[in-house]
Design a protein around this ligand. Structure first.
Ligand code: SF4
Ligand code: SF4
Length: 82
């Protein structure tokens, strides 16, 4: 196996692991609909990573902490997280 082939395989492997990762970057997909959020804080309570908090009446997700576990999505009574 040539050095180039090894490098290519390692790069592909890293790409696959990255794509499958349930990590912080995936959380960029989650959003809050501020028109629906009532600031109840249920999402904040259920988040195991302290990645969401209610600020001035609206939930805000910290994309650097969120692991996209979707617990906040499931618990939100207003369907404000999507
Ligand atoms: S659970 Fe839903 S309505 Fe309540 S603060 Fe969080 S996003 Fe807003
Ligand atoms: S998806 Fe999970 S980690 Fe991200 S904010 Fe919601 S509860 Fe927290």
């Amino acid at each position: 196996m040539t050095r180039f082939t090894r490098l290519l395989l390692v790069s592909l492997l890293a790409l696959v692991v990255f794509a499958a990762c349930d990590g912080p970057l995936a959380s960029a997909l989650l959003s809050i609909d501020e028109s629906r959020c009532v600031g109840c804080g249920e999402c904040e309570e259920v988040c195991p990573y302290n990645a969401i908090e209610v600020i001035d009446g609206d939930a805000v997700i910290n994309p650097n902490l969120c692991h996209q576990c979707n617990r906040c999505v499931e618990v939100c009574p207003e369907g404000a997280i999507y």
